[in-house]
Design a protein around this ligand. Structure first.
Ligand code: GRF
Length: 197
């Protein structure tokens, strides 16, 4: 039986692409992506749907607000529930989800964050680590809780910040690590090697 996942993202979708590629080559365990959803109707992540023969939905949300309105949140809950997923993946989803959303899916939601949490939560984490002069950063996958970027950590990959790194080279290194970490975590959860909360 397949382990159904739905991906939520707001932007480029390079991590969604990494998941879909892993699935295509049989490297996503039992996980099967059913749909891609975005709060940004013009987001490139939605273009991946036709390429990988998946469903997609762009739900209009106020781009100026970090949180979803109750109506926006309920639209997301309904759309996601339609697919009855085992797990929801936040891959560059830029809206903060409240406890109503999280409880609607029993907390079976994971988020990818571009730093070694608990360091550098919130926005612009790669830049913050670089400007702070950290020698080590990386990426984290964690369970989603109502507190931003603070849920239990599932797994991380560390990335060294070398003296010759620029913000661009560091960004590239962190993204490369993310593209490996997220599909691996999804695979392990789908196979029961990582237990759901
Ligand atoms: C990633 O760096 C992720 O950690 C952060 O947003 C970015 C999304 O990139 N939450 P993409 O849309 O997957 O290319």
């Amino acid at each position: 039986m397949s382990f159904k996942i739905v991906i939520l993202g707001s932007g480029t979708g390079s991590n969604a692409k990494a998941i879909l590629e892993a699935e295509k080559i049989g490297e996503l365990g039992k996980a099967e992506t059913l749909a891609l959803l975005s709060d940004n109707k013009g987001a490139p992540i939605l273009d991946l749907a036709s390429q990988y023969e998946k469903k997609c939905h762009g739900i209009y949300c106020n781009p100026l607000k970090a949180k979803l309105s109750h109506t926006e949140r309920d639209s997301f809950i309904n759309q996601v529930k339609y697919y009855n997923p085992n797990l929801i993946i936040l891959a560059g989803f830029m809206k903060i989800l409240d406890s109503t959303f999280i409880n609607a899916f029993n907390g079976h939601i994971i988020n990818l964050h571009p730093s070694l949490l608990p360091s550098f939560p919130g926005k612009d984490s790669i830049q913050k680590a670089f400007e702070f002069g950290a020698r080590l950063t990386g990426c984290t996958v964690h369970w989603v809780t109502p507190e931003l970027d603070a849920g239990p950590i599932i797994d991380q990959i560390a990335v060294n910040i070398e003296p010759e790194d620029s913000i661009n080279s560091l960004t590239e290194k962190v993204h490369r690590a993310e593209h490996s970490l997220l599909p691996t975590v999804i695979k392990k959860i789908s196979l029961g090697e990582i237990l759901m909360p």
